[in-house]
Design a protein around this ligand. Structure first.
Ligand code: ADP
Ligand code: MG
Length: 287
């Protein structure tokens, strides 16, 4: 990647969490974390059945926050509430507040298209459009009114370099995205999300459909993207959460509803959790 990294987030502290791995990474602002997403008393129901109960949680700018917990505890619902994907589910109702950069995203005046541009999403199964590699990136750009040829070409190269795919595909941009391997497809989906220059990336188990080698490549990529982006990642792979996340939020199902049991610095959650349930889950004796 040729661009000079933005060092505005670089922190000068010497604590263990300040690191610089690759050219993209500028390190999370660990000593003075600033919330970018503020979730307050979020409850969510599907057809009257509660999936999430009163979740309050801050997500910090430039950091990776891992959401962990057993299946069905509401992790995907939580992500879907943050970029208003739940608007597409007629039976879904929410209460509480989610503020992104201080603005309540459920205010009637919210521009949902602008919100989704600010918040990119990557799913468990790679979901490239059944189009060429190039069109996977130009399509969302076009939807957001970015059509100038030289600008579009520059973005394509930049985001494919950002995800380490440029050298692998630069001579076949017009071939089908579905002809790529699973890991390449997932990196293309991340590139597609980056093309709109989001602030935040939501990732729902982005490595779980990949083989171990491809998973490692995507995991390294996610680490390198932190600092420049705020990342919220759902993962069932606790070792992965421990390796890449700065913060972890542990969800559990209590009285049939997903609840946040504990949130904190990753080291705290994995090494000295406050709650017995968290300890049992991260030690593998529950869940
Ligand atoms: N579209 C939906 N309609 C009805 N119930 C749903 C829907 N999506 C999720 N649920 C329910 O909400 C709960 C939380 O699901 P989910 O957010 O997918 O949890 P997780 O991602 O932690 O596995 C589960 O009981 C699930 O069955
Ligand atoms: Mg899920």
């Amino acid at each position: 990647m040729n661009a000079t990294p933005d060092n505005s987030l670089q922190n000068s502290c010497n604590c263990d969490d300040a690191y610089t791995l690759g050219p993209l990474q500028v390190g999370p602002p660990c000593c003075d974390p600033q919330p970018v997403i503020q979730v307050e008393n979020l409850s969510l129901q599907y057809g009257g059945k509660t999936a999430l109960e009163k979740v309050t949680l801050d997500i910090y700018r430039g950091c990776i926050t891992a959401l962990i917990g057993p299946s069905g505890c509401g992790k995907t619902s939580f992500l879907s509430a943050i970029n208003r994907l739940i608007d597409l589910i007629p039976t879904c109702q929410i209460s509480g507040h989610i503020r992104v950069d201080g603005e309540d995203i459920y205010d009637p005046g919210t521009n949902v298209q602008a919100l989704r541009r600010k918040i990119g999403m990557v799913f468990q199964k790679p979901t490239p459009f059944p189009l060429s590699i190039r069109r996977n990136i130009t399509l969302p750009l076009r939807e957001h009114g970015i059509t100038q040829r030289h600008k579009v070409e520059a973005i394509i190269e930049q985001v494919l370099r950002d995800v380490g795919l440029w050298d692998e595909v630069c001579d076949r941009l017009d071939t089908a995205a579905l002809s790529l391997s699973g890991g390449q497809q997932q990196r293309l989906c991340i590139a597609r999300a980056l093309a709109l220059n989001p602030e935040i990336l939501l990732m729902d188990e982005p490595c779980s459909a990949l083989d171990p080698i491809a998973s490692g490549v995507v995991e390294d990529l996610i680490s390198r993207l932190s600092g420049r982006y705020t990342i919220v990642i759902v993962t069932h792979n606790l070792a992965q959460a421990r390796r890449i996340a700065n913060y972890a939020a542990f969800f559990w199902i209590k009285e049939r509803a997903g609840q946040l049991v504990e949130f904190g610095h990753c080291r705290h959650i994995f090494e000295s959790p406050t709650h017995e349930l968290t300890a049992a889950y991260v030690n593998g004796s529950r869940g």
